[in-house]
Design a binder for this molecule. Structure first.
Ligand code: TYD
Ligand code: MG
Length: 468
């Protein structure tokens, strides 16, 4: 059988060439040619005939919407992030760096579903069946009952799906699969797109919920195939520091649920365990030393207390370092500028200083309420004063967004944040004006600094900033 022809299409200008070039011969753009299957002669002649039958538009109110019953994965945190469970016929892309626990999570999911009588299939293109079995042994009998296919050839996988007819299928990973029609190596944009398109076709046809595992590059993008994010229904990101045991699962895109939810897990000997009392743990672990502050954050619809730490150290560099983990780097730059301009009384680091800010436990905070925590942590680290009421051992919590003129702005769900802080024994919460009962309200950054870091009795005022 002759090999089906392929064509290389430029993603910039759309021109096609039979051979791959590093630079598009038509528009001159670099690295834009993507291999695709050439349209079959039959399809071409059909298109050329010009006798297409018109479609029939239907009012939306008359469109039949079947109530989708979701498949519960048996892992509460995952179900919540998904919006209530896996949707039959939907494609979920699960991204994360190597070793974070993608295979463990998917294996556990299939194990739970299989144990409940759902037909599942685990396709491993990355590890051999033995390797997957060794992992499953650690996860328990449910995981061991999952049927596995160690295969990278797309056609064979599609044929297996057609014959075996699972309700849920995991592809681990999409970057190892290979469509034989294309000459490109597995993992290239053309291959990954083709593989996903084929799997999507069969998933929609047969109502199979497909979870595609994908690797993430150092920069945090899903390796190569950003194109994938548009194709699939839901993109989940599994994050965390490999050395630490906490793992965070977030939805970046979700056609069947919210994208603001996050689930927290811990990697243990017997697999991933949901962390349901995250706030209690983070508060208990908070160091209460200078530079540490408890933030009452919102993770989607759920309040979460996390510790934000800052370290301020003299710098030998022309451009002092700004190192962050768990927050956006630009956010730190902004907060440092506001602190310098509106904090007053030398709360901000005296230049030149390196500033490091870290959200403890590998958690990422993506909401504006983190501003005040960054400011208090940096101010506390600069001064060497802990954020705590004198004579108390319980930490103070805080939240609030900083405006460019130094005002402390209201953020969403103050009552839920306050309740969470009270529940976990924080001694007071510094919050923007209007946050309601139980908050120690501050209208500006300056007031918040006074509340949080009242000068110790008899302490001399901070030395004036050295003239630059
Ligand atoms: P894995 O799921 O293979 O990661 P990924 O598929 O994302 O590359 O597992 C990652 C790590 O988890 C691995 O270093 C071993 C560890 N692990 C445990 O600590 N406990 C367990 O029960 C299992 C199965 C794995
Ligand atoms: Mg893996």
């Amino acid at each position: 059988m002759p090999r089906p022809a392929t064509i290389h299409i430029c993603s910039e200008c759309g021109a096609g060439t039979p051979k791959w070039h590093g630079r598009c011969p038509t528009c001159g753009a670099w690295n834009t040619l993507v291999e695709e299957q050439a349209p079959s002669p039959a399809a071409q002649s059909e298109r050329g005939a010009g006798a297409a039958t018109p479609g029939v538009p239907v009012p939306l109110s008359e469109v039949e919407a079947s109530r989708t019953t979701r498949l519960r994965t048996g892992i509460g945190e995952l179900d919540r992030v998904l919006g209530g469970g896996l949707v039959p016929g939907a494609l979920v892309l699960l991204g994360g760096s190597p070793g974070i626990g993608k295979s463990t999570l998917t294996n556990m999911v299939l194990g739970n579903l299989q144990a409940e009588g759902t037909r599942t299939l685990y396709v491993s293109g990355e590890e051999s069946a033995e390797q997957v079995r060794l992992r499953a042994e650690r996860l328990g009998p449910g995981a061991l009952s999952v049927p596995i296919l160690a295969e990278t050839d797309l056609q064979r996988i599609v044929a297996t799906l057609q014959q075996h007819g699972p309700e849920v299928c995991v592809i681990d990973s999409v970057q190892t699969l290979r469509a034989a029609d294309l000459t490109g190596a597995p993992g290239t944009v053309g291959q990954v797109r083709e593989v996903t398109a084929k799997l999507m076709e069969i998933a929609k046809q047969r109502g199979i919920a497909v979870v595609l595992v994908g690797h993430v590059t150092k920069e945090g993008a899903l390796a190569g195939p950003r194109v994938l994010e548009h194709l699939v229904d839901c993109v989940l990101q599994f994050e965390g520091e490999r050395e630490r045991s906490y793992r965070e699962l977030r939805a970046i895109k979700n056609r069947f649920g919210s994208t603001s939810e996050a689930g927290l897990f811990e990697m243990r000997e017997g697999g991933l365990v949901e962390v349901l009392d995250a706030s209690a743990r983070f508060v208990a672990e908070a160091t209460r030393a200078p530079g540490s502050v408890v933030l009452a954050a919102m993770e989607g619809s759920r309040p979460l207390l996390v510790e934000v730490q800052a370290l301020v150290a003299p710098s030998e560099l022309e451009q002092p370092r700004r190192v962050v983990s768990g927050i956006d780097r630009n956010r730190l730059a902004l907060v440092l500028a506001i602190l310098a301009r509106h904090g007053g009384r030398g709360w901000s680091p005296r230049p030149p200083a390196d500033v490091f800010v870290n959200v403890v436990g590998g958690v990422r905070v993506d909401e504006p309420g983190v501003d005040l925590a960054i400011a208090l942590a940096v101010a506390s680290a600069s001064r060497g004063t802990p954020v705590m009421r004198p004579g108390q051992i319980a930490p103070l919590a805080c939240f609030g967004e900083l405006g460019l003129t130094g005002e402390l702005r209201w953020v969403g769900h103050p009552q839920r944040r306050l309740a969470e802080a009270a529940k976990h024994g924080c001694h007071g919460v510094i919050a923007p004006t209007g946050s309601g009962d139980g908050a120690r309200e501050a209208g500006t950054l300056r007031e918040a600094l006074d509340l949080a870091l009242a000068p110790r009795a008899g302490a001399a005022p901070a030395p004036a900033r050295a003239a630059a």
